[in-house]
Design a protein around this ligand. Structure first.
Ligand code: PLP
Length: 361
């Protein structure tokens, strides 16, 4: 089987008609990179409304780690739909959310007891983490990274810093966020080189931010992506997170790890931060967790998630259908050894790109 299978030059007539209608009725704020109008998707193949078929390297923007319409996930969704669709975890209880929180406590890094707050999206997971950090520490300020993407609501947008268009005309955002350069060795923002740089990107936070203008007593947390996604798929160098953790421990700052994109097995481990053996205090999860159904989760050490009734909630957060899908996703990831497959495919791509780099040299 060879892909793509093109039966009509894209965008075909049905796609063009729907795009014209979209332009009339749908918000123009979305950034469409090319005119794919989806008719159906299965496993890693996506079909457009004119019958063209493609291998889906978009993965529904990093959501379909177990493949489109994974039969186990679809079964779990159908079974849950026949029981109940919604009953607000905010005011009542149901087993799907409780069981998912238990599973998330198991798979997130670190042995400590953990608790989960459920929202509906990545940005809500970040908002929850930021609010929780303020609640727990009673401190107002945060450190984030240049080129980060954490979402588009007013709190998460205060951390997002990868394209001017994301922020243009929306200020003032949540105050109190300082941005520092991300550890990006290939295009080092400090124009330094490993290993001679001696991890200046980590020391910079201590020497130029905490010692100069952000008193650590006022800083609640450092929020980071363990691999920057939108910022260019940037993998930090080996010791960066260990150094960041040392700074956080020394100055009593929380570490909030945004695994919205890199989590749920995408890098060969449940969470990318596991490659550096560092345990964050709060970890944000969304995208692939429920295989395309809306969900967001902020998982924190139990002793940090100490906020009290009424401090934060969401009507739809932890919807039972999304939770049932997520429970199936976690089973499928494990049983079908999809993390091993991600490692295998990653190694293959890295080897191929090394070869092409050598050929180009
Ligand atoms: C790392 C990261 N954090 C947060 C978000 C925001 O997630 P959502 O679009 O579900 O609000 C994204 C979305 O792309 C992301 O990649």
């Amino acid at each position: 089987m060879f892909y793509p299978k093109i039966v009509v030059s894209p965008p075909g007539p049905r796609a063009r008609e729907l795009i014209r209608k979209d332009e009339q009725f749908v918000s123009p704020s979305y950034l469409r990179y090319y005119p794919l109008v989806v008719e159906s998707a299965n496993d890693c193949i996506v079909k457009d409304v004119d019958g063209n078929e493609y291998i889906d390297f978009n993965s529904g923007i990093a959501c379909m780690n177990v493949g489109h319409n994974n039969p186990r996930v679809v079964e779990a969704i159908k079974a849950q739909c026949s029981r109940f669709l919604h009953y607000s975890n905010t005011d009542f209880y149901y087993q799907e959310a409780i069981n998912l929180a238990e599973k998330l406590a198991e798979i997130t890094p670190g042995e400590s007891k953990k608790k989960t707050f459920f929202g509906n999206s990545g940005t809500e997971a970040i908002e929850a983490a930021v609010k929780l950090a303020r609640w727990h520490t009673r401190k107002p300020l945060f450190i984030g990274f240049i080129s980060a993407f954490h979402g588009r609501t007013m709190g998460s947008l205060a951390f997002t810093a990868s394209k001017p268009a994301q922020r243009r005309y929306f200020s003032p955002l949540m105050p109190g966020v300082a941005h520092v350069p991300y550890p990006y060795c290939y295009r080092c923002p400090f124009k330094l080189e490993q290993p001679n740089c001696n991890y200046w990107c980590a020391d910079f936070i201590e020497e130029q931010v905490l010692h100069k203008y952000m008193p650590p007593e006022d800083v609640a947390a450092i929020l980071f992506e363990s691999i920057q996604g939108e910022g260019g798929y940037v993998v930090p160098p080996p010791e960066f997170f260990q150094k960041l953790k040392k700074i956080a421990d020394e100055y009593d700052l929380l570490l909030i790890d945004d695994e919205v994109q890199s989590g749920i097995g995408r890098t060969g481990k449940w969470f990318a931060i596991e490659h550096w053996d560092v345990q964050p205090d709060i970890i944000c999860i969304a995208k692939a967790l429920a295989s395309g159904l809306p969900i967001g989760a902020a998982v924190a050490r139990a002793k940090i998630m100490d906020w009290t009734g009424g401090s934060h909630a969401s009507t739809f957060g932890g919807n039972p259908v999304s939770c049932a899908a997520a429970l199936a996703v976690l089973d499928v990831m494990k049983e079908q050894k999809l993390m091993d497959n991600a490692t295998k495919q990653g190694d293959h791509v890295m080897k191929s790109s090394e070869i092409s780099e050598r050929l180009a040299a």
